[in-house]
Write a protein that binds this ligand. Structure first.
Ligand SMILES: *Cc1c(COP(=O)(O)O)cnc(C)c1O
Length: 406
């Protein structure tokens, strides 16, 4: 189906941070399958782990446990700093991880303020949480939502980063009029909105309000998690999270290093027991091959110091692109290896297409912004190659007089 529009190239092979197209042309992959291929392409440790697991035990259904699945759950809880009683629900994608969180929120209904029910969920304008119906209800963008209405109800979208709006949503008047809040769902750094960071202090404020209301604080780290921003999870950076402990964290994209796997991590016993036996399920979720891919990816990130690499090489990318002073570039924002190059004109599509012609895969995340989410193995030299493209790129000004029309 034509849901993605025409493909830009046909890619046939990858190695490290590079991919090759069907004509044998090489590209430096600065998108990594949208923040997915954390270890780049064809990583030997990931390939060996997945192959060995498939050759040992590939799939068993969730009527059975496997050592690989248990090991990945325990590893995720440990890296997330989750307290005693925490649990993980495995999925195959980001949207399914968000669906699990959505259903947890629906189960957080009773015991609201004044003995009332919690019927409302809050999400932020600009937020992206996936394309299945629950996740879509949380996603703000009208063009994604409207063709599919009616969506699951009870979701309100608040202006991005606006603490006064947050206060209003939790106020006694709002609760009396519209009902209690079951969950606040947000990205610590909005990825699809063009890599936008919440203002300092916002998450800590959100934590205070949700805790007082008995609402879940759900952090959607599908894009920012697993080392992407230079820490295992973005909320763990004091400047981002302000030291908050969330109730639920969703992850997916980078977790399997390219193999589809996601998870909803529930922090503490209350969140971890909202979904009762029989209330949720998945056939493939958490299968041993996906779990092996997750374990291998986390293992290599740790072994090879890729969190530190993401911070260091991200700094190189940012500073070198900004230092080049191309009049088309207004600045670079983001953290680690999740960056957006802000352009001075709405020519992101033209810049992305020029990048491909020059041998770089990038993404026009907004009309005037380019997203960079390269593999966490990117080297400083490769970052400098990318920066040179941004130093030189030009796009003709469409408003300039055009000879052909005169
Ligand atoms: C990509 C993304 C999703 C959806 O993940 P899929 O695997 O595409 O379903 C959800 N939330 C965030 C923050 C994302 O970036």
């Amino acid at each position: 189906m034509d849901t993605f529009g025409p493909p830009q190239r046909v890619l046939v092979r990858g190695e490290g941070a590079y991919v090759w197209d069907a004509d044998g042309r090489r590209y430096l992959d600065l998108l990594a399958g949208i923040a997915v291929n954390a270890l780049g392409h064809g990583h030997p440790t990931l390939t060996a782990a997945v192959s060995a697991q498939l050759g040992t035990l590939g799939h068993v259904s969730n009527f059975f446990a496997t050592p690989t699945q248990i090991a990945l759950a325990e590893r995720l809880l440990q890296l997330a700093g989750a307290p005693e009683g925490s649990r993980v629900f495995f999925t195959n994608s980001g949207t399914e991880a968000v669906e699990a969180a959505f259903k947890m929120a629906r189960r957080n209904r009773s015991g609201g303020p004044g003995g009332g029910t919690r019927t409302r969920m809050l999400a932020l304008e600009g937020g992206f949480h996936g394309r299945s119906m629950g996740a879509l209800a949380l996603t703000a963008k009208a063009a994604y939502r409207e063709p599919f209405e009616p969506l699951p109800g009870g979701v309100e979208h608040l202006p991005f980063g606006d603490t006064a709006a947050l206060d209003e949503a939790f106020s006694a008047a709002a609760v009396a009029e519209r009902g209690g809040v079951s969950a606040l769902v947000l990205e610590p750094l909005q990825g699809e909105a063009g890599v936008r960071a919440l203002p300092a202090g916002y998450l800590a404020h959100a934590r205070r309000l949700t805790a007082a209301a008995g609402a879940l604080l759900v952090l959607d780290e599908v894009q920012t998690g697993v080392g992407r921003t230079g820490s295992w999870f973005a909320f763990q950076q004091p400047e981002v999270g302000g030291g908050v402990v969330p109730d639920v964290v969703t992850v997916a994209k980078g977790l399997g290093g390219g193999f589809p796997v996601g998870a909803a991590i529930a922090f503490g016993e209350r969140a971890a027991t909202l979904l009762g036996r029989g209330q949720h399920g998945t056939t493939f979720g958490g299968n041993p091959v996906a779990a092996a891919a997750g374990l291998a990816t986390l293992g290599v990130i740790e072994r090879d110091g890729l969190l530190e690499n993401a911070r260091r090489v991200g700094d190189v990318l940012r500073t070198e692109i900004e230092a080049a002073g191309n009049p088309l570039v207004d600045g670079v924002r983001g953290r680690g290896l999740l960056l957006a190059v802000q352009l001075t004109r709405p020519v992101a599509t033209e810049v992305a297409s020029a990048a491909l012609d020059a041998g770089f895969v990038v993404n026009a995340v907004a009309p005037d912004a380019i997203r960079l989410a390269p593999p966490l193995i990117l080297t400083a030299d490769q970052a400098r190659d990318a920066a040179r493209f941004f130093a030189d790129v030009t796009v003709p000004d469409a408003s300039a007089p055009d000879d052909r029309e005169s």
